[in-house]
Design a protein. Structure first.
Lengths: 223, 223
DNA sequence: GGGTTAAGTGGACTTGTGTCCGTTTATAAT
DNA sequence: ATTATAAACGGACACAAGTCCACTTAACCC
């Protein structure tokens, strides 16, 4: 989508709101707002890259982007929203590539459980590569006490794992009594930002080791 | 310690600092400090019970306990420390009871994997019963970027699961190539506060259903 | 072009966590 | 009892996230 660079502003047509969980039938942002959004994202990306997402405050971003805090918060109501938006582009590519490969594997009659192991490995690698951002993005979901929204990436991952588990059952690779929905979430739990930080930093397990153990667990589901 | 209390408090001899991760060879707290500690804990317990840990601020607690914020923070450097201290007593009892029953099961030749499933179910129930507190206590561990301390309860749970897994391997119930250490943490991942909140609130799975799925996973380890 | 209006804007303000530091006090040695 | 001193104390302060609201302006219509 041609992200605009830091200071100079390109007068392109407003990037169709790819970066935000776009609702359909809404009128597009005003031009100045779109420009601000782009500048904010670009500035945030730079600052996060320089100092790490946690060390950069929303005020820093607003200042560097030359907008007021009110403006920043209008575009991105929470810091996690901003983090999610920054990951969005990268995640889409990741998602596409994953789906493509998965299609290929299915065509090649790769066992579903192998596909599942592969997918989980991919998810782990993605999470690892975006750990700081994910960690900062996390509170977006589980903030209030009651029911809370789930980020699209998280939802998609869960759906994918469910799908593969279900397919594995239908292929007779896994016991039919398995609670697909819940087991999918259990398998993904170690990849949630907080848990992965714990495994990688507190426990200091190397990523391949974590992946190997997850694979063990998955393969052990085979009947 | 003679706690004064908000809700009536028993005038028992001071409970030797059970409530804090006590370092060994250190001189005991000054009497006034110990009294404040007790009062703070008692007040915090009441306020948390009334409004939920998240809705109670450290300032609230300091005020209600009749001490300055500086004093509060001297006793409990972080809010999570206070939460952990509040769970401490309850956790010790839980731990003792668990160990006792585990000993009984071992004596009765209960298969290690069954013990493991039972233990994990217990852990889940405990976590569920202290979710709010755990959630608030969580940041204690994973705050800074680098290596971070792990709470004693968390460590003990991990050690227990590791031990049972290892025993299961030695009993031939589980494949010997299993990475006991990492797999133990993977099995516990869904019980971390953040993950359990996600499962219970966002996904709205009933606790027994979560436990059943975890049990499935554990039993599938059987060779 | 001028008017209307919803969207956008800036920055002061609120709230909560955690820090700092000058003052006070319990404890123990004299 | 007196005094030394380390611990304890309290509350002002720093800092970050997120809210509010009076003011401005782009976009659309006549």
């Amino acid at each position: 989508m041609k992200v605009i660079s830091v200071s100079p502003e390109s007068p392109e047509p407003p990037p169709p709101a790819l970066l935000v969980l776009s609702a359909e039938g809404e009128r597009p942002e005003r031009a100045d707002a779109a420009a601000n959004r782009a500048r904010i994202l670009s500035v945030a990306e730079r600052l996060f890259g320089e100092k790490g997402p946690h060390a950069v405050t929303m005020a820093d971003i607003a200042r560097a982007a030359g907008v007021g805090q009110g403006t920043l918060y209008r575009r991105f109501p929470r810091k996690p929203d901003l983090c999610l938006a920054l990951m969005d582009h990268q995640f889409r590519e990741f998602q596409d590539a994953t789906l493509r490969e998965l299609g290929r594997m299915t065509g090649a009659r790769t066992p579903r459980l192998d596909q599942l192991a592969w997918v989980v490995e991919r998810f782990a690698a993605f999470a690892e590569g975006n750990l700081d951002l994910l960690r900062e993005a996390q509170p977006a979901l589980a903030d209030s006490e009651a029911g809370l929204p789930e980020s699209p990436p998280s939802r998609w991952q869960a759906l994918t794992v469910r799908g593969l588990l279900q397919a594995a059952i239908e292929a007779g690779e896994v016991g039919a009594q398995t609670d697909v929905v819940v087991v999918a979430d259990l398998l993904l739990a170690p990849l949630r930002a907080e848990s992965l930080c714990f495994l990688r930093h507190t426990r200091a397990y190397a990523l391949p080791r974590v992946i190997a153990a997850m694979t063990t667990l998955i393969r052990s589901l085979r009947v």
